[in-house]
Write a protein that binds this ligand. Sequence first.
Ligand SMILES: Nc1nc2c(c(=O)[nH]1)N[C@H]1C(S)=C(S)[C@@H](COP(=O)(O)OP(=O)(O)OC[C@H]3O[C@@H](n4cnc5c(=O)[nH]c(N)nc54)[C@H](O)[C@@H]3O)O[C@H]1N2
Ligand SMILES: Nc1nc2c(c(=O)[nH]1)N[C@H]1C(S)=C(S)[C@@H](COP(=O)(O)OP(=O)(O)OC[C@H]3O[C@@H](n4cnc5c(=O)[nH]c(N)nc54)[C@H](O)[C@@H]3O)O[C@H]1N2
Ligand SMILES: [Mo]
Length: 810
Amino acid sequence: MGKIDRIAEPWGTRTPYGPGQEWPSRVDAFLEEGAAVERWVPSASILHSNGDALDIAVAGGRIVGVRGRADDRVNRGRLGPKDLYGWQAGRSSDRLARPLVRDGDRLVESDWDTAMDRIVRRSKELLDERGPGSIGFYTSGQLFAEEYYTLSVVAHAGVGTNHLDGNTRLCTATAAAALKESFGTDGQPGTYADIDHADVIALFGHNMAETQSVSWARILDRLAGPEPPALVCVDPRPTPVARAATVHLAPLPGTNVALMNGLLHQIIENGHIDREYIDRHVVGFDELAERVKDYPPERAAEICDVPAADIRRAAEVLGTARRLLSTVLQGFYQSHQATAAAVQVNNLHLIRGMLGRPGCGLLQMNGQPTAQNTRECGADGDLPGFRNWANDEHIADLARIWNVEPDALPHYGPPTHAMQILRYAEQGSLGMLWISGTNPAVSLPELARVRSILAQERLFVVVQDIFRTETAELADVVLPAATWGEKTGIFTNADRTVHLSEKAVEPPGEARADLDIFLDYAARMDFRDKDGAPLVKWHDPESAFEAWKECSHGRLCDYSGLSYARLRGPSGVQWPCNDEHPDGTERLYADGGFWSAPDVCESYGRDLVTGTPVEPGEYRALNPGGKAIVKAAAYLPPHEAPDADHPYALITGRTLYHFHTRTKTGRAPQLDAAAPEVWVEVAAADAAARGLAEGDLAEVTTPRGTVHAKVRVTGIREGVLFLPFHYGYWDRAPDGGHDRAANELTLTDWDAASKQPIYKTAAARIALAERGTGPSAAPTTTASAPLAAAGAPTSGGTAALADEQPGGTR
Ligand SMILES: Nc1nc2c(c(=O)[nH]1)N[C@H]1C(S)=C(S)[C@@H](COP(=O)(O)OP(=O)(O)OC[C@H]3O[C@@H](n4cnc5c(=O)[nH]c(N)nc54)[C@H](O)[C@@H]3O)O[C@H]1N2
Ligand SMILES: Nc1nc2c(c(=O)[nH]1)N[C@H]1C(S)=C(S)[C@@H](COP(=O)(O)OP(=O)(O)OC[C@H]3O[C@@H](n4cnc5c(=O)[nH]c(N)nc54)[C@H](O)[C@@H]3O)O[C@H]1N2
Ligand SMILES: [Mo]
């Protein structure tokens, strides 16, 4: 067994393989020095959407490490840096251990009865005085399915409010929206196993190397083996993906639709389409062919500012692929034409007939570990089981399962999206907002506004978290939650693989599982079904899972063939898993059998420009036979474009070593040290023009605010600045000011169809604040790699030495 510094070598050692072969296993592990492991408890990683299966090592009632599971289909034993080191955060001494309640301008320690009483009293007052529309819930992509499903029942049928959404709105709302537009329903068509078969892999606005690092290791292993796939990368930054690419297109931020139309123009013109597939399985092709006529490569090149020759070359690679795998993520989703752009990738696969066969995969990626479950369970602005809010029969079906009257379920319009819930809070019609497992005071756009909304006296804010976050500081009641490793539940990754994560240790102090908190609320509120029995009829994770299985039965996301026993090993299972597919389902739509018929579909779609829902009758006329839908879109310029005052396009996103607002990774020493403070990525020519050098402290300003960050000069395309969004204020002195979080700068605006906020275009300026004394502390192993040598390369030293066993089994 080898030892390797996985901070310095994030993807570990290569295990090359060829097309159609099985990805060799490699077992990665990281244990506390001298740990004498007593038990291994099965789980999977909860720090991204990859679903890396692992076992948690326990000794003396504490988590002491993790080890990848060789037999699992997702990771074959591998773990990424966050998987290896991130678990240490749970043991942090500053975990919330008791409820807190507000006493004037302070939060004081309290007990569960007092805290829950306050919540219940306020809920009942609001229900009596102002009705269910005065209560809202904003949840996460990081809880378990059992928890979302319970919250979904509590909100939809108990409280009876339509204001329930997840932070999945910021994350994968566009994935769901794009799948609904093209296939009539959410549900990931592809599978990670398509990496083993593809001859072309295209990554659209997806820095997989840093954000799903284990799947990137799978691609690196293909690249190191015989007959490697060609890679197409669409990203304005020189990410590790871009550096490995056969063709790298670096468009101006917010121009994805023009680029996609340019590519589709070429593919159609070159005849690289599957006529037979289109005729049998697709509606809308002619409109697409007509629309993309306006986007010859020269026009797309001009809009996107990329060479026309590169567009031609990429179109040739995509158009001649025999087995094409595409992935799409935030570079497309967090933009003004998010759904329109993501749908064009679906179109690429539909017109080339690249669906449902090995290597022909489409992954409209998720980001968060359990975002898929937020969506399936209806905790995010959807209804449970991909049911259609505009179809009365679906509402009746849900009412039957929950034993309530259909009218008890609000469905006068689509469930309210998070940005609109916030707006209701701002205007005052919302009197209570219950926030679970998300940190909006750092992650929502335009933070000064978010702080002022959450701090209002008239808004009663409940925060359910594991740490005292920036958001918790603004709460009226703070509930201490148990987290991963301290509670049991299932979750589903981006390729529909379901894992069971079992409780390994006790939570700190009085912290309780999110499920128990929601069940306690339901009991104290005394929610009843139509026969007077308790509305929520389950009491623990497994009984909640059984209830969810019943709700999912007969829908695309069918869990009815799964059980906790089945999920105990050896590998996760891909839904749908039912009588028809007892071993799960690797690829959806293998036979061109879609879930888009008017009676079964989850959505009739939306107008991609205005977001207006399509009328049922209109949908029936468009797609009576339940085919896949090709939707065309014209390019529209970003809402906030650079101008003389703010000449740069600002984009924000992630780095390999941190997760979101750093509540976990900032408390894991190896990860924190690898990226200890915020930086801004600047192109060499732009730095020179502004008199900036590596390591200088810069001031980055948009019409919303100013952030101070150290300059990192990289190969990012000219005219674009990049800020990581991880750095909030919890680890700073209370009076440290608000000049570090990227979201001080972002705008209150969203894609009309998916309602996903725009984090990847804003107009900004940059200026010197203070001359630097050395290079910035940005990682050198990632997209932030310096152009010229700048200080010591990122490494973790002996503290980061992890085990690595190629070919390992246990
Ligand atoms: N290390 C790490 N991994 C994570 C997470 C994390 O916080 N840290 N978070 C998880 C979550 S929740 C998510 S959603 C995923 C996100 O995973 P990704 O989407 O891969 O991450 P981002 O950095 O947000 O954005 C991806 C890329 O979009 C590019 N981009 C920006 N603007 C544009 C544009 O206009 N067009 C195009 N084509 N590209 C553009 C950026 O340069 C960036 O490299 O990662 C998951 N995995
Ligand atoms: N500028 C900019 N902003 C962005 C993005 C971007 O690219 N740029 N990306 C967006 C995206 S894709 C995402 S997903 C969001 C993420 O934004 P957030 O959801 O706000 O980020 P996290 O830091 O993951 O917040 C999760 C919270 O849940 C807590 N938590 C962890 N485990 C548990 C648990 O088991 N129970 C409970 N109750 N709490 C728990 C954590 O301590 C943390 O406070 O940010 C979005 N914001
Ligand atoms: Mo996300």
